[in-house]
Ligand binder design. Structure first.
Ligand SMILES: [Zn+2]
Length: 134
C-alpha cells in the first residue's frame, strides 16, 4: 500500500503548490528508479485522492511521469555508477520500501568501499504543474 501513502504526500504538495489555480490541467512527475512501485496503482491513487480533496480543481488533471535513473557516487574515490537489479527478489523488495537499505547491499564497484551517496533516483519530484489561474 505504499503507493497510496506516497500519493497522499504528493497530493498534499500539489494542493499547496496549485493554490490560487482554478483548475489543474497537467502535472509532470519524475520518479526515482529505486522506488520501483506499481505506477498504475500510484496514478490511480493520485487521481482518487486529488478528486476527494478538490473535485473541481483536479477534475481534468492529466498526470505524466518519467523515470529517473539512480546514480551513486563513492565518498572514497568519487566513482559514479548506476543501480543494477539484483537476482534476489527479497533484496529488491527491501530496497523498494526503504531506499536507504541500498547501502547494506552495495559497494563501490571501483574500490569496494561501502560508503557512498545516492545522488539521484530515490525521490519523487513534481517537475511541472500547469493550470488556469483564478
Ligand atoms: Zn570507490
Amino acid at each position: 500500500m505504499h503507493e497510496w501513502a506516497l500519493a497522499e504526500a504528493v497530493i498534499a504538495f500539489l494542493m499547496s503548490a496549485s493554490h490560487g489555480m482554478r483548475r489543474v490541467r497537467c502535472v509532470k512527475l519524475r520518479i526515482g528508479e529505486l522506488y520501483q512501485m506499481d505506477m498504475d496503482i500510484f496514478i490511480t491513487a493520485l487521481h482518487e485522492i486529488a478528486i476527494a480533496e478538490d473535485s473541481k480543481r483536479f477534475a481534468d488533471m492529466k498526470i505524466t511521469w518519467e523515470k529517473e535513473k539512480a546514480l551513486f557516487k563513492c565518498r572514497h574515490c568519487g566513482n559514479e555508477w548506476n543501480f543494477k537489479r539484483r537476482e534476489d527478489d527479497e533484496e529488491n523488495e527491501a530496497i523498494h520500501f526503504l531506499p536507504e537499505l541500498i547501502h547494506a547491499f552495495s559497494r563501490c564497484p571501483a574500490c569496494g568501499c561501502p560508503d557512498f551517496d545516492v545522488v539521484r533516483g530515490k525521490g519523487i519530484l513534481v517537475e511541472r504543474i500547469e493550470g488556469e489561474q483564478q
